[in-house]
Design a protein around this ligand. Structure first.
Ligand SMILES: Cc1cc2nc3c(=O)[nH]c(=O)nc-3n(C[C@H](O)[C@H](O)[C@H](O)COP(=O)(O)O)c2cc1C
Length: 319
């Protein structure tokens, strides 16, 4: 679907060597398993699309209702509904090369073997430039455990890295480390030390809503993951911490996700240290948001006298 906006060269950027037309990606789970969004928005202005997380076996996900809106964003407990690896290989993988944009494959699993099997299958698909490891889904048990435990994360990222020689590897972390002995910087360092080429920060924040009339949880799963504007400032801080304490030195790009609904939200992420941003709940609410964010970022570059958006990465002025 053409809407007649071509991102200016100022928005072109590189994500560990992957050329992006703009720093704006669609977040995993919010944009289908391939290019479904092409029917409703101009995907050519994007830097790419992250697929729904694929698991070894097909998953129906959690019972309904599994999405609800709150005043400050969306609460979901989809539970990784997806067609599974075999159907992905048969039906989706062969179509990826026809998509005129970067398709990043998202992987989730219950075990290291699952992650390795899916990631290595994605690695064989020439048109996939990068894989994002979802080790932070709040709506199933296994993923978050991998993402919160340095020993498990070490084993997982090392194992996947050794089986994905052709693709870049991004690790997507949880924003929540409260109650665990490790900070997000510790976990990010583990991922980078084990060979991650990029960090996606972050997944949703565990949350809950209650219907006061029925006194029942709104989501059938009781709890879910919060996304949208409420989590944006929380995520800005995490991007800032990881950038300033780790990736500034290791040169590892950060892909920020959390509540981008206006260009200023994306700009804040970039100043905090993100090379690219993902839009999730925002494009559920309003399909024109990615285009508005792209246009706003371009004007911002001009006003900031930046020849390239990449010149603004990490450029927050700290006193
Ligand atoms: C309906 C829905 C489904 C999601 N499914 C996935 C998923 O399969 N894998 C994943 O890594 N993240 C998933 N996420 C998390 C998003 O990719 C993103 O990290 C998060 O929503 C924060 O960004 P946002 O505030 O722009 O939505 C999902 C989010 C939503 C709202």
């Amino acid at each position: 679907m053409g809407m007649g906006y071509t991102p200016s060269p100022r928005l072109q950027t590189s994500l560990s060597g992957i050329a992006l037309r703009s720093p704006i990606l669609l977040a995993s789970g919010t944009a289908g398993t391939i290019d479904e969004m092409n029917d409703v928005m101009d995907i050519t202005l994007l830097g790419g699309i992250v697929t729904k997380s694929i698991t070894r076996h097909p998953r129906e996900g959690n019972p309904f209702p599994r999405i609800t809106w709150t005043r400050a964003g969306m609460l979901n407990a989809i539970g990784l509904a997806n067609p599974g690896l075999d159907a992905w290989k048969a039906d989706i993988a062969p179509r990826i090369s026809a998509v005129s944009n970067n398709i990043i494959g998202s992987v989730a699993g219950d075990s290291i073997e699952d992650y390795v099997q899916i990631a290595s299958a994605m690695d064989q698909v020439q048109s996939i430039p990068a894989i994002e490891l979802n080790v932070s889904c709040p709506n199933v048990h296994s993923g978050l455990e991998f993402g919160a435990d340095p020993a498990a994360l070490t084993e997982l990222v090392t194992a996947v890295r050794s089986q994905t020689p052709n693709t870049k590897l991004f690790v997507k972390l949880s924003p929540i480390t409260v109650g665990t002995p490790n900070t997000i910087v510790d976990l990010a360092r583990v991922a980078v030390d084990c060979g991650a080429d990029g960090l996606t920060l972050c997944n949703t924040v565990p949350a809950m809503g209650i219907d006061v009339h029925t006194r029942k949880p709104i989501l059938a799963n009781t709890t879910g993951g919060m996304s949208g504007p409420a989590i944006h400032p929380i995520t800005v801080r995490l991007v800032h911490l990881v950038y300033s304490q780790l990736t500034k030195d290791t040169n590892t790009p950060i892909i920020a996700a959390g509540g981008v609904t206006r260009w200023e939200d994306a700009a804040e992420f970039i100043l905090a240290g993100a090379t690219a941003v993902q839009i999730g709940a925002g494009s559920f609410a309003d399909l024109s948001i990615p285009r508005k964010v792209a246009k706003g970022l371009d004007k911002w570059c001009v006003k900031q006298s930046a020849a390239s958006i990449s010149d603004l990465v990490g450029q927050v002025k700290l006193s």
